[in-house]
Design a protein around this ligand. Sequence first.
Ligand code: PMP
Length: 363
Amino acid sequence: SSRNSLNFSGGPGALPESVLRQIQQAISEVPGTGLSILGISHRSDWFAAIVKELEERIRALLGLPASYHVLFLQGGATQQFAMVPMSLLREGSAPAEYLHTGYWSGKSLPEARRQRPIRVLWSGEDCGFRRLPEDEELRYSADAPYFHYISNETVEGLQFRRVLGRDDVPRICDMSSDFLSRPCEAERFSLIYAHAQKNIGPAGVTVVLIRDELLQGQREDMPSFLDYSVQARAHSIYNTPPVFAIYVVLLVARWLMDEIGGVANMERINRDKAALLYRALDESEGFYRGWAEKRDRSEMNVAFNLGSAALEKKFIAEALAAGFSGLAGHRAIGGIRASLYNAVTLQAVEELVGFMDEFRRKR
Ligand code: PMP
């Protein structure tokens, strides 16, 4: 197999082979335009049609009602960590509520605190971010301006299998590392954001789904570029957007709809991939030790350890020599992490499991 097909990187990650082939063609000439994708104006009719089609496909994939805006912004998920509290918190409002479930939600907290005091409903810091909270551990307030959490903690490999929060408080979710990997009950959220560089494309664009109602309560003195209403009115072409990244996200959305058959099918495939790899950990007699508690294991990011840091280093080196990329764990916790984003095939996971079994037998 090619290195691209054995790319287990946490992000930017693997893209489907058929999409990579279309990108190759588009670099020289986008079919029907005679122009390179790198030189097409964002003010062209062609690009307006691309944005429109992508928006429609995301709506169709998630069954998103018309009361939502679909935005393509820049600045990554990190910018959303700041843009959400800047837009929605004001003098005198009750504290927004946050979950601290891992490395990335930890990055969202100081950005919110810079605006107003917040309330952290639960933190996994004491248990080393090896598990997620149960409903009984969470005491939500009815007067919070919003509730923010991350559906999948990319570093630790922890994923919620339910929607959190209360229905009468705007629910805001960072779905960067599991967006479009499964159905997500989008209509239960006031705002969903996801950067592209995991399941849906290259870095440079962040998808934001925002309920129109939430725009009404927004602060009015935001810089225009950071103002969701301005971006919504401009249909994501307020200033020069990342044309290339948006085009690739469209190619991936077409692949997901037309070749995979939608997010429910994608979820079935992702579930099989994750089950295969977790089984390999569980049947290794402690040679490979999963990071997360079983109940909260992520189907996107499988984090695990070997007996020592030296053995992990050897594992990564031998894996690399055998053609597997991106297996080093995040610098925050080390170890190994295999990310099983949408474009990683079941066959790739079978090859990885084969390598892991062999590596173990040789010790
Ligand atoms: N949230 C999550 C869940 C992430 O995985 C990441 C990055 N991997 C971020 C936020 C930060 O994203 P960005 O680099 O696009 O700002």
